[in-house]
Structure formats: C-alpha cells, structure tokens
Ligand binder design. Sequence first.
Ligand code: GLP
Length: 241
Amino acid sequence: MHLEIVKDYETLSKRAAYILASQIILKPASVLGLATGSTPVGTYRELVKIYNEGLISFSRVITINLDEYYGLDKDDEQSYHYFMREHLFNHVDIKDENINIPDGKAVDVEAECRRYENIIEAVGGIDLQLLGIGQNGHIGFNEPGEHFEALTHLVDLTENTIKANARFFSSPEEVPTQAISMGIKSIMGAKKILLLASGEKKAGAVYKMLKGKITPQVPASVLQMHPDVVVLVDEGAASLL
Ligand code: GLP
C-alpha cells in the first residue's frame, strides 16, 4: 500500500480530486467506484471545479457506488442517491444511464444484489475505487466480521455505525438499520483503490488497517493484500502511525 500523508482536509480533497481527474484523462470511459460519507465531500467539490475549468469530462464515465441504505427511496434526502446528485452528478456532464447505485427500495434484495454484481462485470470491472473508512474499520458498509469473499449483499449496520452516521439524520432512530453494500470481494476486484481518511477520529482505524493483522474484524485490513492501493490521509488521521 502506498501511504500519502498531507497536512489537512483541504489538501487531501485536492489531491484525491487530482487522482480521480487523472484517471478520467488517461481513460475517458473509466469506471469509477464511488463512496459517500463526509470524507469525499471535499473531493467531489474539487472534482467539480476541475470539470468547470474544462479539464475533464464525465460524458463517457461510468460510476458504481458502493452502497445505499436499505428502505430509503432515491429521492429521500438521506439516501446516497440524493447525496451523489447533490455533491457530484448534478454538476457534471455524466449520463444518467451511466450512474449505478443499489436500489434501497428493491423488493427482491437478492435479485438486486445479483443485478449489481452483473453490472460491475458487464462494464469490465472498476478501474478506480474511492473509499472512506468507518471508525470501526468498515469499508462500504462491510462491518467487522464480514467474510472477505462476500459480493454485494444486504448488511445489518452495527450500533457504532448507526451512531456515527446519526449526525446526518434528525435522530438515531431514523438511521436505517440495514444497507445494500458491495462486498469485500467486489471492492477487492477494483484495479486501483484510493482510500481517504481525515481527522483524529479515524486514526485508530487507519493504524489497524495499515499496521494491524489482516482480519475480517477490521474489514479495511484486507486492503494490505491488494496490489494497487493509495491511502491518502491527513495529519489527524495519521496521528497514531
Ligand atoms: C458510511 C459509508 C462509508 C464511509 C463511512 C465513513 O458508513 N457507507 O462508505 O466510508 O460512512 O463516513 P465519513 O466519511 O462520514 O466518516
């Protein structure tokens, strides 16, 4: 894994946006695996700036998002569909048909998970996967204990994750308790991975991911096995290294 430590969140966001932009320049029809959460918000903002400067186009880009809360409609303001439109898709020239996010309202969840995996396969796999990391080391919504072999599936969120994500909802009771998430195996299938972490709250997870034992108890630790990972962190998230 290649570790890059930058000063602060602003620098991290710019650097991450440059890496995504260079992927698009090198391969205009790139398949980007995208993430949500507060960490990539700055990255998307910087990417939109680069787009507005006319340096990149999303007209041939295909996106595959990591996850979606189960039970939330696409138009729900807390859904990851909404988040992605708000922070990226509404501001660039991406084609609607090239956007992929699990359907949180799917009635047949297993069929939805199969459909999602088929898309990843049909587009030839993910070229560059953007990831955040949960305080408990989760990636996507793969919580501690998840099998490394898992593909897209329905997950039960842990108390820790529900609490951490409650800040986006009016109360913890409103946070969905399940999500449809790409599995560890789907994530590991990406050709390149860029993981972002910012702030001291993530320092423990970052330390375990990079220096700890590879174990399903710290899902991000599996990334030690991947051939091409950039871990981009700010000084806060690097404070235990
Ligand atoms: C959620 C998302 C993850 C994200 C994590 C951390 O659980 N499913 O993809 O990495 O939150 O979020 P934040 O960046 O807000 O700390």
